[in-house]
Design a protein around this ligand. Structure first.
Ligand code: MRU
Length: 346
């Protein structure tokens, strides 16, 4: 996507051919700063502190973290250690483990001397794959959203509500939930996006920044305002991303997503989740088995004498999900539909 008119990805290899550059998302939207990471420890910290964030991006970041680890030491022990350490940086988004497992499976059988070059090639492949996947999600999601717009007579603008940031900042490029919006906007479909602020980390301001860079009209709202606008008929469709979706179609995403889905269900507003296959966890049937990250209470409140809790994600049950938009098309949020769409993964 473009920043100040210039095309950008969220992660890339520096001109030295090995260090890794990322956009520091803790500084956005106030400042656009690029940081250079040179060690696996630095990458682990960047993931844990949300310098890089969003399920697909932390997957690719983990892959590059492994490249940096292997540059220091490409032995079997180092590979195993780095996979474990990077995987622990954040527990909920399955993309991190998915990418690390793909790297491990490809690299472990190789001679130690061949591992570093192969790791960089595979990490670049994962990054390119993510871009292609998100582009496809954009195409399928645009069709689904256009159907909603047509069903209500294409009057005015299509009014979309989104939660957190599932845009290009959360991926390598394009985004998941925002990819269809960029596509529709480029096709000339009028849009108005309600952007949930997304307490406590305020990822909504990342979404607002992205949409602003692309010229998509949007309005930031307090997290609790979504139900109000849905009740008043001012939301046509909700679209969110996911950090892990079970084989039965339960969608884990940023805390507060579940409440939006409940309100959407009550108000008859379609609720879509945009989910690349790297976010599908076919090993999990029970939503209760998804590890929910508990972040520092200080992100919620630092008032003296106040006890705070900070679960970072929640689970929207499949029954509240209208459709799961993947790179292969839109599936019902059911096990048979997801298995039929990705038989090789199931
Ligand atoms: O805690 P974050 O900012 O990493 O959470 C991000 C989300 O919840 C996104 O909606 C999800 O990762 C999908 S990103 C395409």
């Amino acid at each position: 996507m473009r920043v100040g008119g210039e095309p950008h990805r969220t992660i890339w290899v520096a001109p030295d051919g090995w260090s890794v550059r990322v956009i520091d998302q803790t500084r956005l939207p106030d400042a656009f700063e690029v940081v250079t990471l040179t060690t696996a420890d630095a990458m682990t910290r960047a993931i844990a502190t949300m310098v890089v964030r969003g399920a697909p991006l932390i997957g690719v970041s983990g892959a590059y973290g492994l490249c940096l680890a292997l540059r220091e030491d490409a032995s079997d022990a180092s590979l195993e250690r780095a996979v474990l350490t990077l995987a622990e940086a954040r527990p909920t988004a399955v993309n991190l483990r998915w990418a690390l497992e793909r790297m491990r499976a490809a690299l472990a059988p190789l001679a130690v001397s061949a591992r570093v070059d192969a790791a960089y090639l595979l990490a670049a492949e994962l990054a390119d794959e993510d871009v292609a996947t998100c582009e496809q999600i954009g195409a399928h999601g645009a069709t689904a959203l256009l159907d909603v717009f047509r069903a209500r007579g294409e009057r005015g603008a299509l009014r979309v509500l989104t939660h957190c940031n599932a845009g290009w900042l959360a991926t390598v490029d394009w985004g998941t939930a925002l990819a269809p919006l960029y596509r529709l906007h480029d096709q000339g479909v009028p849009l108005e996006v309600w952007v949930d602020e997304t307490r406590p980390r305020n990822q909504g301001y990342l979404t607002a920044w992205e949409l602003g860079q692309h010229g998509v009209p949007h309005t930031v709202i307090a997290d609790n305002a979504g139900g109000h606008y849905m009740q008043r008929g001012e939301v046509d469709v909700v679209i969110v991303g996911s950090d892990r979706t079970t084989r039965t179609g339960d969608v884990c995403n940023k805390i507060g997503t579940y409440l939006k889905a409940l309100a959407a269900h009550d108000c008859g507003v379609p609720f879509f989740a945009a989910v690349p296959s790297s976010t599908l966890d076919f090993a999990l049937r029970a939503a209760g088995d998804i590890p929910i990250e508990l972040r520092s209470p200080a992100e919620v409140s630092e008032r003296p004498g106040v006890r705070a809790a900070n679960p970072a994600f929640d689970v929207t049950p499949a029954r509240l999900v209208t459709g799961i938009i993947t790179e292969r098309g839109v599936a019902a949020a059911t096990e048979p539909a997801l298995v039929a769409m990705f038989p090789e993964r199931a």
